[in-house]
Design a protein around this ligand. Structure first.
Ligand SMILES: [Zn+2]
Length: 308
């Protein structure tokens, strides 16, 4: 079991407001922090949220608009001042590295840790760890933009120790074989793994849209997400504006969440015109049954399906 929670560090689009900072989402999974986007000034909420500056960390940038990537510079500098030592992998489109290196050169700051900028040139899996992967999919915005999904691999089923003991199987190698799904022969009889080990337990899948129009491609990419965070810049009466600017309305976010059979939809990236988001939630809730609006420093725990 790995604990997983999201913290919204910025939920405004384009310009910050009194209540909302610019786009940034921290996903804390066990000992690791995965950060999606870093709008200007996001490190303030990073600190307010009590997130550790020296944690194992990966950063994913959806696109090269200021409200999604300029905050990287401030965040890195703050980490440097805090004496961070661990290196960070940063994923984004090919110009991200030049943006970072040039700014760091001009501003003249050096880091106490390495940054490894990983260019994303095509869709697919970009991170594969022992128990999860991160993949990306082309979004549809005014500049090249990627959506991301974190998917955990299924965990083995529950091991029925009482049954294993009843059958007299000694602990050790034979237990491991059964846990891996292998059948064993013990005391002259075949014991099937399925007698002792339950069905694999589903991992969790989290989707993050970045800035985008809704597309069928994204609906497929976000299929069966436990939690989808989708941009919801406008209400329905601003549909044309959404189309013009490469953004989505709350209703469009909900439609894509419904198409993708997503369990829970969190709306974020609100236009500064909305002081509060009840209209957006109302419009989305008419389409999808489980909708919430993000707000700065909101924490959302992501449980395993069986636990919820
Ligand atoms: Zn944006």
């Amino acid at each position: 079991m790995v604990d997983m929670q999201l913290v919204f560090l910025g939920t405004s689009s384009g310009a910050p407001t009194v209540q909302r900072g610019l786009s940034s989402i921290a996903l804390i999974r066990g000992a690791e922090l995965l950060l999606f986007d870093a709008g200007e000034g996001m490190q303030r909420n990073f600190i307010k949220a009590g997130l550790a500056m020296n944690k194992k960390m990966k950063i994913f940038i959806t696109h090269m608009h200021a409200d999604h990537c300029v905050g990287l510079l401030g965040l890195l500098q703050t980490m440097e001042l805090q004496g961070r030592e661990k290196s960070i992998d940063i994923y984004g489109e090919p110009r991200l590295e030049e943006f970072l290196r040039e700014n760091m050169r001009i501003i003249g700051f050096r880091l106490t840790f390495d940054i490894i900028v990983r260019k994303i040139e095509k869709e697919g899996v970009i991170v594969r760890e022992r128990d999860y992967q991160v993949s990306c999919c082309q979004a549809m915005h005014s500049v090249p933009s990627f959506a991301y999904c974190l998917e955990e691999f299924d965990r083995p089923g529950v091991f029925n120790v009482a049954e294993a003991r009843r059958l007299g199987i000694p602990e050790g190698d034979l237990y491991s074989k059964l846990q891996r799904g292998e059948d064993i022969v013990y005391g002259g009889q075949t014991i099937r793994s399925s007698q002792i080990v339950g069905r694999p337990r589903k991992g969790r899948k989290i989707g993050i849209s970045g800035d985008t129009r809704p597309t069928d491609r994204l609906a497929r990419f976000f299929k069966d997400c436990d939690l989808l965070i989708f941009e919801s810049t406008y209400s329905q009466d601003k549909q044309e504006k959404a189309m013009e600017n490469g953004h989505s309305t709350a209703a469009e976010a909900a439609t894509i969440a419904k198409k993708a059979d997503v369990d829970k939809l969190l709306l974020t990236h609100f236009s500064a015109r909305y002081d509060e988001t009840s209209l957006l939630v109302k419009e989305a809730s008419a389409i999808h049954y489980n909708v919430e609006a993000a707000e700065d420093l909101k924490v959302v725990r992501v449980s395993y399906k069986q636990d919820s």
